[in-house]
Design a protein around this ligand. Structure first.
Ligand code: AP5
Length: 232
């Protein structure tokens, strides 16, 4: 399956995408993780990215599209879960063009719905593993050993853009630039869009998402079986 997960900052996209990718055998591509890796590389591009990310602004479309295109081309055939991309209409159109060229259309857009007031606490309390990027929360998703990743044992870190002030800017960018992407997919019927309630515990949200993706996987299997029967 090729799936996009959309939602405001702190909606739980990263947390849920990791679980969904594991459960459904998809490659999880997080544009935020990919851009942060570049940012900390010390390269000229990394320095440029820092100015956007730390200010809570979106990185220019042409830069993100070029970075994501390579990763998408490498993974699209085996199943893909895109987290944080596309985030503007121009990015959505670029993704459509690339998938069309690969003859591998997008199959599902998951929208994780969380009100603005809930995301600030989630983001300010987030900590993540510098190696595997697994996200935790000081209150809602604590590691087994205080301050250390359950999987890697490394000390958890706080992202430089996870401040209250920056979150407000990221939320404003989401409403102005990313919300129209949902309309883009819904309006022209480009891909099925399913809104999922992102409130409640991480496990409750996972259960809702597993249900939606499970149903989509079943539809796909049935479609393939029908195709084989018709060919026979
Ligand atoms: P990115 O890394 O994509 O950040 P974001 O969209 O702001 O989303 P977050 O990673 O903050 O949140 P999330 O929804 O993944 O939540 P998480 O699961 O971690 O982008 C960062 C920056 O990179 C952008 O601002 C931009 O500059 C740039 N960028 C990236 N992509 C770009 C693009 N396509 N174009 C242009 N620029 C781009 O959860 C958050 C916290 O809440 C965690 O601590 C978690 O443990 C906790 N939590 C999760 N679920 C729950 C729950 N149900 N209840 C309580 N706590 C929960």
């Amino acid at each position: 399956m090729r799936v996009v997960i959309i939602g405001p900052p702190g909606a739980g996209k990263g947390t849920q995408a990791k679980r969904l990718a594991e459960r459904f055998g998809l490659s999880h591509l997080s544009s935020g993780d990919i851009l942060r890796t570049q940012k900390s590389s010390g390269s000229e591009l990394g320095k440029k990215l820092r100015t956007y990310i730390d200010a809570g602004a979106l990185v220019p479309d042409e830069v993100v599209v070029a970075i994501m295109a390579g990763a998408i081309a490498a993974q699209a055939k085996d199943g893909l879960l895109l987290d944080g991309f596309p985030r503007t209409l121009a990015q959505a159109q670029a993704l459509d063009r690339q998938l069309e060229q690969l003859c591998l259309p997008l199959e599902l857009v998951l929208v994780v719905d969380v009100p603005d007031e809930a995301v600030v606490e989630r983001i300010v309390g987030r900590r993540s593993c510098p190696k595997c990027k697994r996200p935790y929360h000081v209150k809602y998703l604590r590691p087994r050993n205080d301050g250390r990743c359950d999987d890697c044992g490394l000390e958890l870190q706080q992202r430089s853009d996870d401040t209250e002030e920056t979150v407000k800017k990221r939320l404003a960018a989401y409403h102005a630039q990313t919300a129209p992407v949902i309309e883009y997919y819904t309006g022209a019927g480009r891909a099925p869009v399913v809104k999922v309630d992102g409130r409640g515990s991480p496990d409750e949200v996972t259960a809702r998402l597993f249900e939606v993706l499970g149903a989509q996987a079943q539809r796909k299997r049935r479609g393939q079986a029908t195709e084989v029967t018709a060919r026979d």
